[in-house]
Write a protein that binds this ligand. Structure first.
Ligand code: ZN
Length: 156
């Protein structure tokens, strides 16, 4: 199986069976995001401990397969990371999608790196970029405790 196929399978699998889906009962940070271009809605729940580590993370919402898969993959990768690491991943994700920059392995397991990279191809479809980035923008708002819902039409 080549990498493109592997990536497609990963996205399909996460789109159909999202991980960490539902309200996280212990959450102490949350934020909402909306992508009007596609109709994607997401609510991200975070449990940040006193050391700024993501103890738990989940998401709820509805949207296209790309937005659901991206959210599912994001929660799996961010869980257990520090807020600082998660914010670095967030920047890497935007650079990967928008500038085609490859993701560094640093701090990621091989499995996480593959999952993270699986969404790189979305960058070739400008209409879908906002579907893939919505959850990461919403994650940032959750860290910032920003109660204003994210509207992807108003951000790059
Ligand atoms: Zn979408």
């Amino acid at each position: 199986m080549d990498l493109t196929e592997l990536y497609q399978d990963l996205i399909l699998d996460h789109g159909k069976k999202p991980r960490n889906f539902g309200i996280c009962p212990s959450s102490n940070h949350d934020a909402k995001g909306h992508n009007p271009l596609c109709g994607d809605n997401i609510h991200v729940y975070l449990n940040l401990d006193n050391d700024h580590k993501v103890k738990d993370i989940s998401f709820e919402g509805s949207g296209c397969a790309i937005s659901v898969a991206s959210s599912s993959i994001m929660t799996e990768i961010v869980k257990g990371k520090t807020e600082k690491q998660a914010r670095e991943l967030l920047d890497s994700f935007f650079k990967m999608i928008k500038e085609g920059q490859e993701i560094k392995r640093a701090g990621l397991t091989e499995d996480e790196h593959i999952k993270f990279s699986s969404l790189a191809g979305v960058g070739r479809f400008p209409m879908r970029v906002k579907c893939a980035t919505l959850c990461w923008h919403t994650l940032r708002a959750a860290f910032d405790n920003d109660k204003q819902p994210i509207n992807s039409e108003k951000i790059d």
